[in-house]
Design a protein around this ligand. Sequence first.
Ligand code: GLC
Length: 744
Amino acid sequence: MKINHKVIVFLLLLISSAIHAQTKLNQQGEALIDNLISQMTVNEKLGQLAQMRWSWGDSPQAAATQKLYKERVKQGTLGSFLGVHGVALTCELQRIAVEESRLKIPLLFAQDVIHGWRTIFPVPLAEAASWNPDLVGQSARVAAVEATSAGIHWTFAPMVDISRDPRWGRITEGSGEDPFLGSAMATARVKGFQGDDISAGNTLLACAKHFCAYGAAEGGRDYNIADMSLQTLFGIYLPPFKAAVDAGVETFMGAFNEVNGVPMHANDFLINKVLHQQWGFSGLLISDFTAVMELQRHGIAATPEDAGVLALNAGVDIDMESDIYAGELASAVTDNRVSEKVLNNAVARVLRLKYKLGLFDDPYRYHNLEREKENILTNEHRQVARNVARESIVLLKNDNHLLPLSKTIKNITVVGALAADNDAPLGAWRGQGRKEDVITVLQGIKEALPGARIGYEAAYDLPEFKNQDDIKDRIQKSVPETDVFILVLGETARMTGEASNRSSIELPGEQNKLAQILKRTGKPLVILLMNGRPLALSQIAHEMPVIVECWFLGVEMGHAVADVLFGDFNPSGKLPATFPRVTGQIPIYYNHKNTGRPPVEDDFFRSKYLDVPWTPQFPFGYGLGYSSFDISAPVPEKQVIHSGDKIVVSVHVKNTGKYDGQEVVQLYLRDEVRSITPPVKQLVAFNKIFLKSGESRSIQFVIQPDNLKFYDSNLNYKSEPGWFTIYSGADSENLKSSRFQLVN
Ligand code: GLC
């Protein structure tokens, strides 16, 4: 095909002008920033690197702190706030900064907008169970619209920490155990928060956190050490952070923990060398809350000044809450323990963010009272929350196809205090979420079946989950008038989140006993799980016929659960993390190594337990629906490929059930032989598709050269010639396979 050369010239001019425009913007911005820095005193520079949490309330202490911080803003020694929100207050503080300070540098207002601001969405682990990055991106976009309407510029999200230990309370905030799924969710959330144009005025600076390996806390105890091979660090824990950089994330946050003996807030290698130099990240890294001070507790800094020097030189640009940079480092700069170059570089990173948001042009652009009133908890936002919540639900068991329930049912008894609880659905890190905004499970069921008798028994107390003494009698009395029991079990919101680690992840309290009581009635029984982490379910998994993982789904919890229970939505969620049988199996994850003695039934001397099977209760990627799907073996387009080639793999899918529905077709890869032991499989692609009943489709996956690579003993990221097995299926265990060969 002859291409018109004029077209080529035009396209080249278009591209160069775009680059030039971007360069022109940078040149203009850089000139403003250089000029500002040249005028700033050391204290003003260190002030830009200070972020303090606002002190709300009208107590004498709060009033004194507020007065002090306003004075510091005026002096130019405080550059950003954590926890300030609302147009009135943000406007008041911004006015002091841009009208009363010497250099009139605008402030940044940051907040943890993790899964919604006022419209609360499912906790991030639940959102990851949707395996629908587009939908998760919509969730982040709604959160950004609402939070920016409240004057907030910067969210400390997405949390992209991989976790293989569900005892760790913060597993609820991430996307589970897998780097590929975690990278897809990180990308979607960064783009959702930051939008297509960061200067649009309804965009939040995103923050990839917590850099890094925070989820590998030993024993699942928050803040504990992370100690691992560099191959595991680079191959498992770092990819979602790299994905966030590739998605254009503007900021990072350091992790509290050490990695292999070096606390992250003093980790020059991982921050300056890997994040900035190797990955080319040009944004800013903020410390976690008082983490700079904590370097003394780690035992690698003798004084606050030493801690500050270590952190700033390691690439920690902003000191959140320790106030060491602003309070202790002026002399360190004079003594050149922190060079002017390092200091100016950190200040420039802060000023660039303020410039990118357009705050130098219009410092009040995020402070609009009308927006604040109109954009919060709208019906449109609730609908998005309901869509995300429905797709996050994972059907774990549905013996005899009891679900979906018919809407003609006349008598349902709902059991369990969580069913009526409007707190738990908000989960951890609930922004400005309010309990009164929540549709509880009980409300959702009642709304779905207005003509039915919906009985309710709290059955246990919260948060102990101790059964009522007379619950057996009460349940027995309700049997004659009950067609179906719906039992809600799980955790309270406070059992996951920061520092909320559990030494055992079985159902808390006496919930297993309660399930037995209900089972013994002989009536149809549906168990709904409301929890923020994977649970060890061996006690109920075998005996209970129907189990639905409902997580903490946010304000639309009750509607989403009812949509699935009564068939208005065909569940499509898949587990983003393995569910063990018992706590003692932890760590247990799908992409494990084979070892020299992989477990088999008929050989005692293998890697397994005496008292439980070695397999999980429910594997990564697992989830049922009301339909059934036939997924073919993967068909690679060729048997042999060369280094640097990509390879197209086809999979044929048929909806063999009677319901229209979605299926998440997953593709895994096994490098059969390589110089660093390979995992038995790793997720390399997935596609969530909708098929009508009886419909079939062939879908193509592209395996990229990078999917075949790993970090060798010298940390080179490379592939090696040899055979690869490809697996296709609807979870990480029930798979069909084929092979291809990589030759040099
Ligand atoms: C907390 C969390 C971090 C959060 C920060 C500010 O300690 O570790 O995720 O963004 O403090 O609230």
